[in-house]
Design a protein around this ligand. Structure first.
Ligand code: NDP
Length: 461
């Protein structure tokens, strides 16, 4: 019997905290978890899941348009935003209930409270003003959208803007929305609002959105957005926001004034470590406020670990879950396990989707690989009768020396579903020869990946 109240105290009931607490409890540990708001965290409550539901909602308008080429006429379309939000909220409540029940079933004590550090092994529960002690502590507090555009660029009126948190609960669908940022959240919401009928302007400071993704895919996405009628303002930042009557007016560095009903800031997320008082436990933070961890997710205090977005490594739900599983192996099963951050597939749920696994062409060259590049661009079968000029783009990056496939990139319908399975092949070290030797499944878009015989070009670093 230890001198502590619990063997493990988990701070945060999101993807990482929930998985770690359940697995540790199932391994026999006495576990408590503090969550100040709702169980499920960003992914379930105001991230991946509600976002994907809104993405589905936004795609019906195009599907109905495409249906005309197939002989269908559904009459006058009408969209009801409050009904969508209410149905989405109902589903999120159901999922929250499931998360809570699964954690409790594993024997974890859930405390609906905010936990902050008092010392190395003691946490104070802020609402109930109680102290609890634990032998090991896991910080899994996630992150939150930032409104901070940087000290060199404080925008007057930024408080008039919303973030993705509020976008999930707007009372009405904005007629005109301006979205700042060129990352996952900006582009996903841009397509959601566009599909639901809003006039959307995306304002991004760089020369093309989705920095870090393969340049060909970024170009394809940018072109597709413009063809769909989204306004994409590049090299653009706003200098002032003000309310005039019912409208918001945005002044940009390009001298333009844009009038809109909502402004969504999607300019990144910051780790949730403010007022956690980690310094009282000897836990070091990095420059963005992220918890610094070693390869085993251990902080500078050897009995305190951190997983998920709060560590600012890879901000993706499955990565947080994987890190949580590795943490339990390391801390409770005497089997030190490092999370594997290679071959992480990811998708941006635009319409169509952009998904990838492995290196982009630019990253492969930076890493010193001589590469062969295979590309394919085609009109998906669905759109032949649908009539819209939609194109799918696929790209394989192959190591010229070893023939290993280093990266796979798709911009097109179902890209995320396809990339998930390609990730298995890449993790196993598949070569281009393996792709070529795989039987095609016809007629699909994915068959293109195993029928790309002609090299588009080669490059050396
Ligand atoms: P991202 O880091 O993806 O994008 C942030 C964007 O904001 C970038 O375009 C960035 O520009 C821009 N930006 C940053 N600072 C400023 C500033 N001061 N002024 C103007 N623009 C600025 O962050 P998101 O908030 O979109 O998403 C956070 C993370 O959440 C993602 O990185 C991803 O890991 C995860 N996520 C994953 C999803 C998925 O899997 N589908 C969906 C949503 C989120 P620049 O490129 O020039 O730095």
């Amino acid at each position: 019997m230890t001198k502590y109240d619990y063997d493990l105290f988990v701070i945060g009931g999101g993807s990482g905290g929930v998985r770690a607490s359940r697995m540790a409890a199932l391994a026999g540990a006495r576990v408590a978890l503090a969550e100040e708001w709702r169980m499920g965290g960003t992914c379930v409550i105001r991230g991946c899941i509600p976002k994907k539901l809104l993405v589905y909602a936004s795609q019906f308008s195009e599907n109905v348009m495409d249906a005309a080429g197939y002989g269908w006429d559904f009459g006058q379309a009408r969209f009801d935003w409050p009904a969508l939000i209410a149905n989405k909220d109902k589903e999120i409540c159901r999922l929250e209930g499931l998360y809570t029940a699964n954690v409790q079933k594993a024997g974890v004590t859930i405390l609906q409270d905010r936990a902050v550090f008092e010392d190395e092994h003691t946490l104070r529960l802020v609402n109930s003003n109680k102290m609890v002690t634990a032998e090991k502590i896991l910080i899994a507090t996630g992150n939150r959208p930032t409104r901070d555009m940087g000290t060199s660029h404080i925008v007057p009126g930024a408080e008039l803007c919303i973030t993705s948190d509020e976008a999930f609960h707007l009372k009405e669908l904005p007629k005109r929305i301006l979205i700042a940022g060129g990352g996952y959240i900006a582009l996903e919401f841009a397509h959601i609002f566009h599909g639901l009928g809003s006039k959307v302007s995306v304002l991004y400071r760089g020369d093309k959105p989705l920095r870090g993704f393969d340049d060909d895919m970024r170009d394809a996405l940018c072109t597709s957005m413009q063809e769909r009628g989204l306004e994409v303002l590049l090299g653009c930042e706003f200098t002032k926001v003000e309310k005039r009557g019912d409208c918001l007016h945005v002044e940009t560095n390009k001298g333009a004034v844009i009038e809109c009903d909502q402004i969504l800031l999607a300019i990144g997320r910051m780790p949730n470590t403010t007022a956690l008082h980690v310094e009282k436990a000897g836990v070091e933070l990095g420059p963005r406020g992220e918890v610094k961890v070693d390869d085993f997710s251990r902080t500078s205090a050897s009995h305190i670990y951190a997983v998920g977005d709060v560590t600012d490594r890879v901000q993706l739900t499955p990565v947080a879950i994987h890190e949580a599983m590795c943490f339990v192996e390391t801390a409770f099963k005497n089997n030190p396990t490092k999370p594997d951050h290679m071959h992480v597939p990811s998708a941006v749920f635009t319409t169509p989707e952009l998904a990838c696994v492995g290196y982009s062409e630019q990253k492969a060259l930076l890493k010193g690989h001589a590469i062969d590049v295979y590309k394919s661009t085609f009109k998906p079968l669905l759109h032949t009768l649908g009539g819209r000029g939609v194109r799918t783009h696929m790209k394989l990056i192959v190591d010229s020396k070893t023939d290993k496939v280093l990266g796979c990139h798709i911009f097109g319908d179902h890209a995320a579903e396809i990339i998930q399975i390609v990730a298995v092949a890449l993790k196993m070290g598949a070569t281009k020869k393996d792709f070529d030797g795989t039987m095609a499944l016809h007629p699909t878009a994915a068959e293109e990946l195993v029928t790309m015989r002609t090299k588009s070009y080669s490059k050396t670093p």
